[in-house]
Design a protein around this ligand. Structure first.
Ligand code: 5GP
Ligand code: ZN
Length: 110
């Protein structure tokens, strides 16, 4: 079982900040900003490259989680960046789809 599936099953502790039937969000262990969480689907999917039409629905749930978290966590100006690394060369180190949500830091333009 992958690391994030173990976090979903509460076999590995994490600072959970949001949870519903489809998604879980918890603090990143090595934050790169004052607010840095990971939003993950409860269904195990390795990478975006493994999505199909049915599995892709998890992204609607992940985006709604981001929106709800921005309100619940009082993210300043509701301004945040969402990042997904897909594949090793892009920096993906945990192969269970996850979206980084980063805020409360000045972020450079892309
Ligand atoms: P990636 O580089 O795959 O896009 O992001 C993986 C993220 O998972 C990294 O930012 C890393 O800090 C985080 N991470 C790795 N292991 C753990 C862990 O055991 N607990 C938590 N909360 N985050 C982790
Ligand atoms: Zn997993």
């Amino acid at each position: 079982m992958c690391l994030f599936c173990k976090i979903i099953k509460k076999e590995i502790p994490a600072k959970i900040i949001y949870e519903n039937e489809k998604v879980l969000a918890f603090e990143d262990i090595e934050p790169v900003a004052p607010f840095h969480i990971l939003i993950i689907p409860k269904e195990h999917i390795n990478t975006i490259n493994d999505l199909d039409d049915k599995k892709a629905a998890v992204f609607a749930d992940m985006m709604m989680a981001a929106k709800n978290i921005a309100t619940a966590q009082k993210i300043k100006n509701k301004s945040y960046r969402l990042i997904i690394n897909a594949g090793e060369d892009a920096g993906q180190t945990v192969f269970h789809i996850h979206m980084h949500m980063i805020a409360h830091r000045k972020l450079c333009s892309l």
